[in-house]
Design a protein around this ligand. Structure first.
Ligand SMILES: [Zn+2]
Length: 192
């Protein structure tokens, strides 16, 4: 089981290195969990939230699913969202998609297997509303749609109504050069 043993060995080295460069790091973290950001991203292994934005453990609360969907009936995401907004009081929610997303591509090619067809229904609707979009266009449109869904979500709206500082951001990541691109659709402040 060399593949798995390597991961555990890597972990020991990583923990040692962190502790060496920031003595007491883990002990300090043990007693606090105050991330400012909630990241909603794709499960794609090429898009690891923490590494892309250069943060250490403790800085970003993360939820990932296939094609970074924000679906109001998804109990998993809704629990994450409620905890992030009500308890952790994060200041920013980042929806991050990526170009070349396999889930979006499967919808475009009408090749979504089994449950995925159900999971990605909103993406299919989005595709049908837009005239034969390219894969990259669809990846961006998908982020825009998910940010809109968040802006209509009752947990987010209640936070805004209560005057809580909460910004929603839509970003897209390029797997081919490692760069994030801000789609400039930031929403924030109180709802109207
Ligand atoms: Zn993806």
């Amino acid at each position: 089981m060399k593949e798995i043993d390597t991961l555990l060995t890597n972990n020991k080295l990583w923990a040692q290195n962190v502790e060496k460069s920031i003595p007491g790091f883990f002990r300090t973290l043990e007693n606090q969990h105050k991330p400012k950001y909630l990241w909603i991203g794709c499960s794609d292994s090429r898009v690891p939230a923490d590494q892309l934005i250069g943060v250490m453990p403790g800085e970003v609360f993360v939820h990932r699913n296939i094609s970074n969907q924000v679906i109001n009936t998804d109990i998993n995401l809704m629990c994450v969202l409620q905890y992030a907004v009500d308890v952790l009081q994060v200041k920013h929610i980042i929806v991050c998609g990526h170009y070349g997303c396999g889930g979006i591509e499967a919808v475009l090619q009408d090749q979504t297997p089994g449950l995925l067809a159900h999971w990605l229904e909103n993406v299919k609707d989005l595709m049908e509303r837009n005239n034969t979009p390219s894969l990259d266009d669809m990846c961006e449109l998908n982020v825009r749609l998910q940010v809109r869904n968040l802006a209509l979500n009752s947990i987010v709206r209640r936070a805004w109504d209560q005057g809580q500082t909460l910004y929603l951001h839509g970003w897209i990541y390029s797997v081919s050069n490692g760069l994030l691109h801000d789609l400039c659709i930031t929403r924030g402040g109180r709802s109207t």
